[in-house]
Write a protein that binds this ligand. Structure first.
Ligand SMILES: Nc1ncnc2c1ncn2[C@@H]1O[C@H](COP(=O)(O)OP(=O)(O)OP(=O)(O)O)[C@@H](O)[C@H]1O
Length: 595
């Protein structure tokens, strides 16, 4: 079932929101309504599809009962019955004028590529900033208006057969789509917002032919991303050739890139193809482009301009179709200023720049990466995967990782070999990492050391401690500090002094008895509640907690403003209509119209 905020005809653009997560539907509905959209929500894509079929292809309803077509559709990917990608493809076929925005909580390269491949207008990885979502919907609305204008000017008669075809899709299209397991075939690990932006860029760029310049510190994954761009492109069946400019002697680079004719120089005993020819139809990845000598830059510029070149010593032009992806850890603008890099080549390469975050900027991904590397290494060594204690993980997460993911990967190799037991303790970590951790921690241990309750865990990495953290030190991306420096060497020896282990999911917080309630004090009881609910098999914790949270804040805001709904709306940043509706639903207990 569906419901609209306002069924009367309106000039407000209509946005449909499809997600099986009721809490998210509510948030988006409120936010978009407050931003001037008319919102209709659906708990599954099939209901939305049915309504679209009833509505026909006009922007006007077919009958009095049918709904007007939306200007924009925002849909989740993973939903029962029909997934968002299939839905997006169907919209593209039958209602191409409606831009679709695809949201997903399982952001990886594949979902980004699949989204754009399905014809989606854009891709929104969860969690997202509501402002970003609004901006995206507004952009999609503009697109929708321009689509409508083009459509009207093109033809008065719609292609009915197209609609009929799309309305009766092949059985497998509408059949229950099995949820894809969250595999990561590209091997690119990361769930941080910074990496989600990278996935989105790959999704957008992989099917475009243009040159891409990837920047980022050494070891951030530039080659991995270049290869993903190739693997998801129409060139994937052709070669991906990677060449590191810094690794080839300068006097050999031209022959390496462009090949040479027999006798072109001493030692050129045969004619040899260069990398450009070998990469024909595919992708040539030029790593460390900042190290390319100036004369080679001139030749590269010519290839980029007209797609042809001469082998060293050759007289016949050779034409190739190669997509160039270049990468550098250097600042090319500075090299241009210093006269070491051609400005015109810089502009040619810099058409689209993809900047990769350092590992320090996405520390929240470190446990995932460690998990991934430890498993891969164990597999290759035919051993079982070693586990890491939270305190050791915390130290690894705090390390600056100047060598980025490559350094982390090498550390995982070191740990896999050097650790004698199955569990990696802080004392097992490489000395330089321990030293860095000790020297960065100048705060007295007594003020930092949390109270710890250990629980049993057998996962590779699972937080198995409960920390008591001052509100001002509330953890952001890092887990709460656990065993601090003096504890590094002590931890393993003192394990017998830890409190008696509790069942795996039971966590007993050690709460202060607050005189005044600190801002974040409610987080700990909320954590306890959520952990207990999950332990008892209740998995809809967000759906349960969200209305309670809203109700609580609404009641407080109303009490604060002597029940003045307008003022309460201002305090909460909601629109008046939202406050009225929330009041009816949450306080008066009127049933929420189901979606
Ligand atoms: N997000 C990631 N997920 C999994 N592995 C990664 C990730 N990023 C990098 N790696 C791994 O880290 C190592 C270094 O990556 P890569 O060679 O792509 O970095 P780079 O930026 O090209 O380095 P350099 O600038 O030194 O050439 C590789 O083994 C790669 O597989």
């Amino acid at each position: 079932m569906t419901y609209t905020n306002n069924k009367t005809p309106t000039t407000e653009p209509i946005v449909w929101v499809i997600d099986d997560d009721q809490a998210l539907r509510m948030i988006l509905e409120d936010t978009l309504t407050d931003s001037g959209f008319q919102v209709q929500t659906f708990g599954n894509a099939q209901s939305a599809w049915r309504l679209l079929q009833d509505s026909g292809q006009d922007s006007q309803p077919k009958s009095d009962n049918s709904a007007p077509l939306p200007s924009v559709i925002v849909t989740d990917i993973r939903m029962p019955m029909m997934n968002g990608l299939d839905f997006s493809s169907k919209i593209k076929q039958a209602f191409a004028q409606i831009p679709v925005i695809i949201m997903t909580a399982h952001a990886d390269v594949q979902s980004a590529v699949d989204s754009y491949q399905s014809g989606a207008f854009d891709y929104l990885p969860k969690p997202f900033e509501l402002d970003d979502a609004i901006a995206m919907v507004k952009k999609a609305c503009l697109q929708s208006q321009s689509n409508q204008t083009q459509k009207r000017s093109k033809s008065e008669n719609y292609n009915d057969s197209l609609i009929r075809d799309a309305q009766q899709p092949p059985a497998q299209k509408v059949a229950v789509a099995p949820e894809k397991a969250p595999t990561n075939p590209s091997g690119i690990i990361g769930q941080s917002i910074a990496m989600q932006k990278v996935f989105r860029a790959i999704g957008r760029l992989s099917h475009m032919p243009m040159t891409v310049l990837i920047t980022g510190e050494s070891g951030t994954g530039k080659e991995l991303i270049a290869s993903a761009l190739h693997e998801h492109s129409p060139r994937k069946s052709k070669p991906f050739i990677a060449l590191n400019m810094a690794a080839i002697p300068h006097d050999l680079i031209e022959a390496e890139l462009f090949g040479h004719e027999k006798g072109a120089f001493t030692g050129a005993t045969t004619t040899r193809q260069g990398r450009f020819e070998q990469a024909h139809g595919g992708t040539l990845f030029l790593d460390e482009i900042g190290d390319m000598p100036l004369p080679t830059q001139t030749r590269l510029l010519r290839v980029l301009a007209n797609g042809e070149f001469y082998r060293v010593g050759g007289l016949k032009p050779i034409k190739v179709d190669v997509r160039i992806i270049a990468a550098t850890h250097q600042n090319l603008e500075t090299l241009v200023q210093q006269g070491k890099f051609r400005e015109d080549l810089f502009y040619r390469l810099n058409v689209i720049r993809l900047a990769l975050p350092s590992l320090r900027e996405r520390r929240e991904d470190i446990p995932l990466l460690i998990d991934f590397f430890m498993q891969n290494i164990a597999k290759s060594m035919h051993t079982s995967t070693k586990t890491i204690t939270p305190s050791a993980m915390h130290i690894l997460q705090s390390y600056p990782w100047q060598g980025n993911v490559r350094q982390l990967e090498n550390t995982c190799r070191w740990l896999s070999v050097m650790t004698t037991g199955q569990t990696i303790q802080p004392s097992d970590l490489p000395p330089e990492i321990l030293q860095a951790f000790e020297s960065q921690d100048s705060t007295p241990v007594t003020t930092r050391e949390p109270k710890i309750h250990k629980t049993h865990k057998t996962h590779n990495y699972q937080p198995d401690t409960q920390f008591e953290t001052p509100a001002s030190e509330h953890p952001s991306s890092l887990p709460a500090p656990s065993d601090r420096p003096s504890a590094i060497s002590n931890l393993s020896h003192h394990s017998s002094e830890l409190p008696t282990p509790l069942p795996a999911t039971t966590v007993v917080p050690t709460l202060h008895a607050p005189q005044t309630v600190a801002t974040a004090d409610w987080i700990t009881p909320l954590q306890v509640w959520a952990q207990q609910a999950l332990a008892e098999g209740q998995y809809d914790i967000l759906q349960t907690a969200y209305p309670m949270f809203e109700k609580c804040l609404l009641e407080v805001a109303l009490a604060h403003t002597a029940q003045h709904k307008g003022q309460a709306a201002d305090l909460l940043g909601w629109g008046r209509n939202t406050v009225t509706r929330k009041y009816q639903q949450l306080i008066e207990g009127r049933p929420v119209k189901p979606s």
